[in-house]
Design a protein around this ligand. Structure first.
Ligand SMILES: [Zn+2]
Length: 120
C-alpha cells in the first residue's frame, strides 16, 4: 500500500511540518508530547507540613515541567487518593501537591505508570 513517499499533498494541512524533526507531520515519527512514559526522570516523594493551617501534603517533585503531563497526573493522583491537590510549575521542575500523607498511594500510582520513584 504505502509504496510512494508522499512529499507534498494538495491538502495544505498535510504539509505542516513537525517542529521537532522538520518532517511533514504525516512522515513524522516523533512520540506524541503527552507520552512521557520511559522518560528519564525519577520522581521524588516527600511529605511537607506547614503552610497556612499546618496541614500535611504529599509532594511529588522532580517531574517533567510539561503542563499537560502534570495536569493529567495530578488529576489521576487526586482520583486515586480521593483528596484534593494541585500542580505547580513555578520552579525548575514540575511539582504535584496532594493533600494528606499519600505516599503509599502515590508510589503505587507512579510505579504502575512505569515511572521511577524515590523518597520515603
Ligand atoms: Zn517529528
Amino acid at each position: 500500500m504505502k509504496n510512494t513517499r508522499l512529499v507534498y499533498s494538495t491538502d495544505p494541512k498535510e504539509n505542516v511540518k513537525c517542529p521537532k524533526c522538520g518532517e511533514i507531520v504525516k512522515e513524522c515519527e516523533c512520540p506524541p508530547p503527552v507520552e512521557l512514559k520511559g522518560r528519564n526522570f525519577v520522581a521524588i516523594l516527600r511529605i511537607e507540613k506547614g503552610g497556612r493551617r499546618g496541614k500535611t501534603v504529599t509532594i511529588i517533585d522532580h517531574l517533567p515541567k510539561v503542563e499537560v503531563f502534570l495536569k493529567e497526573l495530578a488529576s489521576e493522583a487526586k482520583k486515586k487518593c480521593g483528596v484534593g491537590g494541585t500542580y505547580l510549575m513555578d520552579g525548575k521542575e514540575g511539582v504535584i501537591e496532594i493533600q494528606g500523607d499519600q505516599r503509599e498511594n502515590l508510589r503505587k500510582l507512579l510505579t504502575e505508570k512505569g515511572y521511577k520513584v524515590k523518597g520515603s
